[in-house]
Design a protein around this ligand. Structure first.
Ligand SMILES: Nc1ncnc2c1ncn2[C@@H]1O[C@H](COP(=O)(O)OP(=O)(O)OP(=O)(O)O)[C@@H](O)[C@H]1O
Ligand SMILES: [Mg+2]
Length: 137
């Protein structure tokens, strides 16, 4: 899938639609430059699935779990330099198949993603349009 959204509302609506199609155990890796809209995508996905606004997490929180059916784990690996750091973070709990997992900056720890996952690549910046490509490996 490769689509372009001219407004943030359209972009958010797509993220919600995509989010509603997900099931427990599915993993989504988000990529794209700073400010492309990765967090906005996750927040819209969470809102669509849970009906409530996710509280914006403090920047030092790299792992946020949202209650839902199933729960949604949002990881932000922006600050991960060494993927082996991930071993100590207790992420097994997130990857036990009982939640939906969305990972921002997943390329900082590519081995974290299971072989089967979605990749969402977002391009664009500022108030300009966003190009979104979704692939499933
Ligand atoms: N068409 C659009 N689609 C998506 N976001 C848009 C659009 N136009 C403007 N924006 C704005 O772009 C910003 C995207 O920021 P966001 O934090 O989601 O990016 P990010 O990819 O998570 O960045 P970072 O790499 O810093 O985590 C938001 O402030 C959003 O309001
Ligand atoms: Mg972000």
């Amino acid at each position: 899938m490769d689509r372009t959204f001219n407004t943030e509302d359209e972009f958010r609506a797509f993220a919600g639609e995509f989010g509603r199609s997900l099931h427990a155990g599915e993993v989504v890796g988000l990529s794209g430059p700073l400010g492309a809209g990765k967090t906005t995508f996750v927040q819209s996905l969470v809102r669509a699935r849970t009906g409530s606004d996710p509280t914006s997490s403090p920047t030092f929180t790299f792992w946020q779990r949202y209650a839902g059916e199933p729960p949604i784990d949002h990881l932000d690996l922006y600050r991960v330099d060494d993927p082996s750091d991930m071993n100590e973070l207790g992420l097994d709990e997130a990857f036990d198949g009982s939640s939906i997992i969305v990972v921002e900056w997943w390329r900082n720890a590519p081995a974290l993603l299971p072989p089967v996952h979605y990749e969402v690549e977002i391009d664009g910046s500022g108030t300009g349009p966003r190009r979104v490509r979704v692939t499933r490996t």
